[in-house]
Design a protein around this ligand. Structure first.
Ligand code: GSH
Length: 165
C-alpha cells in the first residue's frame, strides 16, 4: 500500500493526494508536519533528510519533493493518462508544475503580502509590526508581480480544454 507522510492542509501535500485520487490508487496518509510534528524524528529523517512534507513510499521506493512525487506516480501508474510518452507533450504539463513552484506566486515574503492582499486578509495576520514596516515598500512590487503571473497563466489556460483521457 502506498504511504504518504504529510498533513492534508499542506499545499505541497495536496498535489500528491490529488494525483493519487486521479489515478485511483489505494493509499494511506500519515498526519505529519504542522501541529502534528514528527518531522525531526530519526525515523522520519531517515525517509526524508530535509525534514519536510510530503514524503511518499511505494514498496521499497521512497520519494520526496512534491513535484518529484507527482512525476513518479504519473510515470509509474499513469502512462497514457497523466504520463505522456512524448517528452514534448509531457513538457506542457511539466513546465506549469515547475513554474508554479519557482515563479508563481512571487517569492516569499512578498508572496504573503500579495496573497493577503488578493484575499483581502489583513497583512497583519502574516507579519509582525516590525516586518511590516520594512515590508510595505515591497508591497506594490509584489502585487504587480502577482498580477503579471496571474494573467500569464490565465491567458494560457483560458482557451485550453481540460481533458482526461
Ligand atoms: N519543495 C518542497 C517543499 C516542502 C515543504 O516546504 N513542505 C512544508 C509544508 S507545505 C513543510 O514541510 N513544512 C513544515 C511543516 O509542515 O511542519 C516540496 O515541494 O515538497
Amino acid at each position: 500500500m502506498i504511504e504518504v507522510w504529510g498533513r492534508r492542509n499542506s499545499n505541497n501535500v495536496m498535489p500528491v493526494m490529488w494525483t493519487l485520487g486521479e489515478l485511483r490508487l489505494p493509499h494511506v496518509r500519515h498526519n505529519f508536519g504542522g501541529t502534528f510534528g514528527g518531522l525531526d524524528s530519526d525515523d522520519y529523517l531517515s525517509l526524508n533528510p530535509n525534514g519536510r512534507i510530503p514524503t511518499l513510499r511505494d514498496r521499497d521506493c521512497v520519494v520526496w519533493e512534491s513535484n518529484a512525487i507527482v512525476r513518479y506516480l504519473a510515470a509509474r501508474f499513469g502512462e497514457g493518462n497523466l504520463w505522456d510518452a512524448d517528452p514534448g507533450h509531457r513538457s506542457l504539463a511539466d513546465r506549469w508544475m515547475d513554474w508554479h513552484k519557482t515563479t508563481f506566486p512571487p517569492k516569499s515574503p512578498d508572496r504573503y503580502e500579495a496573497i493577503s492582499h488578493q484575499r483581502r486578509t489583513p497583512v497583519r495576520l502574516f507579519f509582525t509590526r516590525a516586518q511590516l514596516q520594512t515590508g510595505t515598500v515591497r508591497f506594490a512590487g509584489a502585487r504587480s508581480r502577482l498580477r503579471r503571473c496571474a494573467s500569464s497563466i490565465a491567458l494560457r489556460l483560458a482557451y485550453k480544454p481540460f481533458r482526461r483521457r
